[in-house]
Write a protein that binds this ligand. Sequence first.
Ligand code: GN1
Ligand code: MG
Length: 367
Amino acid sequence: MSTKAEALAVIPEFQFEGKLQECIPFGNGHINDTYRLTFETERGIRRYILQRMNTSIFTKPKELMENIEGVTNWLKKKIAATGGDVERETLNLVLTKDGKNSHVDAPGNYWRAFLYVEGATSYDQVKNDRDFYESAVAFGRFQGLLSDYPAKTLHETIEKFHDTVDRFAKFRAALDADVCGRAALVQPEIRFVLEREAFAHTLVDLQAAGKLPLRVTHNDTKLNNIMIDDVSGKGICVIDLDTVMPGLSVNDFGDSIRFGASTAAEDEQDLSKVSCDLHLFEVYTKGFIEGCAGALTETELAMLPVGARMMTFECGMRFLTDYLEGDHYFKIHRENHNLDRCRTQFRLVADMEEKEKEMQEIVAKYR
Ligand code: GN1
Ligand code: MG
């Protein structure tokens, strides 16, 4: 954790407007340290977000900031061209006084600042269909506005993040090593993965064959990464751009479904409660396709249900790999936590396999 004194010390480095009134810790993010700054200016109050980045998780802060700068500048141009509100519909970086996208302090901490999005809130839980739909429209719009961005120029800040074939290989290596002697305890889960080796290739192979385009992807497409307007209820701004990378649109869609359309928590122990809610699937699909506004290709549309299944399978496999390796990646809060998470994901995958046809029909309704 950084201290408020450390935050105060870097404030003069940035192009903030006015006189500082307040600096308070802000939000409930688990990774970066976040402060909200209030300044008094001649035109009234101006607020900003100041963050110290967690460079033990984001080990390539320079590349990460280049990604954010490139993508937000692009979004600003697009939003301005269509008469939108540039200050509220995308994150806006506040540069340092020497024009850089971040400031490195004497101990080597990376700091960055954004305009605060006024009059909007991010929600941790899906309370109603409307919010889930709005998050879908917003993530779809993000995809659409960035559909002609040269995705190749983005840095892969976490290598092979959604390369499911590589994730499968890492799972197999963990299984062979079996450093904790846990493999014997989870034979059904191991079989579940091994039986789906061919499936793991589906999207990676389509991409390699040039049938799925490389896109700008967000990679953390949860409801709480959308700011919802307090008055209109519309999803106005996509936030948390730390994992923006080149990737597949269907994976961004899929991760939203994996998390948001499940009838139970990711670590539910009673598997009878876990299924993929087709109504929520439809709500999200409708919003996402509308938001993309024609940017998705026929193959991408056809692969949306596979994206949902793939992200769920991959995530379950990652939980199982971490369980076999001794729980060093995902934080656990109880014994077998990663195994419980793995089981919910595999239950969802099995359910999605049965619902594949219905999912295809839902997509067909909106394409
Ligand atoms: C991690 O910490 P959170 O919830 O933002 C993980 C995602 C997983 C998710 C599963 C960088 O995301 O890929 O889907 O846990 N993020 C990273 O809960 O590995
Ligand atoms: Mg996150």
